[in-house]
Design a protein around this ligand. Structure first.
Ligand SMILES: [Zn+2]
Length: 617
């Protein structure tokens, strides 16, 4: 495509998504002048930044070190407005399992001196170590694809429909997973519980099997019977599932379904044979903490409101977990609900297992900030002034591949007037997010400003610059994709355009990434860069495939997350796998990442075919 054609495409694209354009791109029209003068403050930053050296130094802690902590909290990290969910990063340690909590790891780094004259040697050494770290990460990802799924089901009198649904959903679940995530292999097991009065039928377990027929036969033999009073032996059922099933070393999923609470005044006011709680001494604490220490993800299928107090108690112990509404009635509908709940339990768990344990190690010198989820009263916040930077959108693949494209000649700078909340509303492993407003507009536009957590060792400017580089590059790819998709009944794919912000206040120079705030729709994670498809959308998988073909196999854009509108996706925080392993940070798993986290499991869908992407079957 010639430059002129390209410009036309950009124009067409701007026309067809005028409203969106405002959202995705606050940078008016970007025309290249190549003589935009950057403010002196940024020029000084550039002067102080030896970018090549920084881009190598950031991988210095990728040396494999043995691990460490096993304290996982099981929550699904999504925040309504922009996220800070982490990607898979190749940081070597493989069996650490934490989520939302920071590891305190004594990182022992064995790093050659950061100053060497021979840049080529340096690069070769960095690549060698990166490849080692990447292989470890990929091994971790592979292990996470082996799933043990255990249904823990109330099997008392009222539950016949749900027992049947658990039996009947399994083939649909495995078929769906096979089609969307062929790398995931599922073993399925079952733990039925009733009540203390049911004696030998109190618990009924079937260990994990990869034979779904055997699973179905087992469940078919389970009667819905007994139960006595209202509360059931919920804790006994969970405890049996945690301790008596043969859990493997991959992803562990426990899907609990029940209509009545455990025994004890703490859970219920209904008539209860055991108001003081479990007669065998089990408590919610000791059962659930055991579950956490075994790295088992917990999900609950809710049928009645009788379990609401139980949910509250459980959450106070293990934090947030997903709840699926599984109210009975029409059996087919119930099976569909089971299929949807089970598949998302599996994909959520695998995506977390495949990404945790590989996160950036943050040592104790990282400052931790208090979180405030409330929107501030903007009238009381001081007006700030700063400067923004973003790159021109590349015009062709050669510019994407050319690292030298991303230097100061191709940056656009603007003054920026804003207000920012005092405290972040969310914190991830890598970034804090703050509510903010762009006060240039009347009324002011809501934005999100993100700040990287730093331990003070690296020059943060480099990280912010790379975010804008990725933003420019993904904008180019979405323009190309959308121009191909236009008129073919395929939703557009867009990323929020981000800016680097530099501002000095309270005696300190700060950097931020700013982007428009995503509102009015549920924030979703569609796929992760370990290759797991959490929510299958043909257009998004075709987009990843498109990025591979369009760049001639140079890179893929993944970790697609954001909101889904009627005719388009608005995404944020992508990650890139690229054959040059020293670009795009630690989430880049290199050529191996492209192959094993995408090509090996991608099945071309209707959108791939409509766009005539080469078949990757
Ligand atoms: Zn495809």
């Amino acid at each position: 495509m010639s430059t002129t054609e390209y410009r036309e495409t950009v124009e067409i694209y701007s026309e067809i998504s005028v409203d969106t354009n405002r959202i995705i791109n606050d940078n008016e029209t970007e025309t290249r002048s190549n003589n935009s003068s950057l403010p002196q403050s940024f020029l000084n930053d550039f002067h102080e930044l030896n970018i090549e050296d920084q881009r190598y130094t950031r991988y210095d802690d990728e040396v494999p070190s043995e691990i460490v902590t096993r304290n996982r909290t099981i929550t699904n990290t999504s925040t309504p407005t922009g996220t800070i969910i982490n990607h898979v990063t190749a940081t070597a340690p493989s069996d650490t399992v934490t989520n939302n909590t920071h590891l305190s790891i004594g990182t022992s780094t064995i790093v050659p001196s950061a100053t060497t004259d021979d840049a080529r040697l340096r690069k070769r050494e960095v690549i060698r170590r990166r490849e080692k770290a990447i292989l470890k990460t990929l091994a971790n990802i592979e292990r996470s694809m082996k799933v043990d799924l255990c249904y823990v089901l109330d099997c008392t009198g009222s539950m016949a429909g749900h027992i049947a649904a658990a039996k009947d959903c399994i083939l649909q679940v495995t078929e769906y997973i096979k089609n969307t995530n062929p790398s995931i292999k599922i073993n399925v097991g079952f733990c039925g519980y009733r009540d203390h009065c049911d004696n030998s039928l109190r618990l009924q377990n079937f260990d994990f099997t990869n034979s779904y027929e055997e699973f179905r036969r087992n469940i078919a033999s389970v009667p819905a019977t007994g139960g006595g009073d209202g509360p059931e032996d919920v804790l006994g059922g969970l405890h049996a599932a945690i301790t008596q099933m043969s859990w493997n070393d991959g992803t562990r999923v426990l899907f609990h379904i029940g209509d009545y609470p455990p025994h004890g005044k703490r859970f219920t006011t209904m008539q209860d044979e055991y108001p003081d709680g479990d007669p065998n001494g089990l408590t919610a604490e000791n059962v659930l903490q055991k579950m956490q220490s075994e790295n088992i993800f917990y999900f609950f299928g809710k049928i009645t409101n009788f379990t609401d107090t139980m949910i509250e108690v459980f959450r106070s112990i293990i934090g947030e977990f997903s709840i699926f509404e599984l109210v009975g009635g029409d059996p087919i509908e119930l099976i569909n609900k089971f299929v949807a709940a089970t598949t998302s339990s599996i994909t959520m768990s695998v995506s977390l297992t495949s990404t945790i344990g590989t996160r950036r190690n943050l040592n104790s010198s990282t400052r931790r900030l208090e979180i405030d989820r409330n929107m501030p009263d903007w009238d009381t916040r001081p007006a700030r002034k700063g400067v923004t930077l973003c790159y021109y959108i590349p015009e062709n693949v050669e510019e994407i591949k050319n690292e030298r494209f991303y230097d100061k000649r191709n940056l656009i700078s603007k003054t920026f007037h804003f207000k920012i909340a005092e405290k972040p509303f969310a914190a991830g492993v890598e970034k804090y997010a703050y509510y903010a407003i762009n006060t240039k507009y009347d009324p002011p536009r809501r934005i999100v400003m993100k700040e990287y957590l730093t331990d003070g060792t690296a020059n943060p400017f480099e990280k912010y610059l790379e975010s804008t580089e990725i933003s420019a590059l993904t904008s180019y790819l979405t323009i190309k994709f959308n121009s191909k998709a236009r008129g073919k009944d395929i939703p557009f794919v867009n990323f929020l355009r981000v800016n680097l912000v530099r501002s000095t206040f309270d005696g300190r120079t700060r950097y931020y990434i700013s982007e428009p705030e995503l509102q009015d729709a549920e924030f979703k994670r569609f796929n992760v860069n370990s290759g797991v498809i959490v929510e299958f959308r043909p257009a998004l998988e075709a987009f990843v495939h498109f990025t591979y073909e369009h760049t001639g196999g140079y890179l893929i854009v993944s970790d697609l997350q954001g909101i889904e509108l009627p005719n388009q996706f608005l995404l944020t925080d992508p990650a890139i796998h690229c054959i040059d392993p020293v670009r795009f940070g630690k989430t880049n798993l290199g050529r191996n990442g492209i192959n094993r986290c995408f090509l090996d499991s991608h099945r071309c869908n209707d959108v791939c075919r409509t766009l005539r992407l080469p078949s990757r079957e």
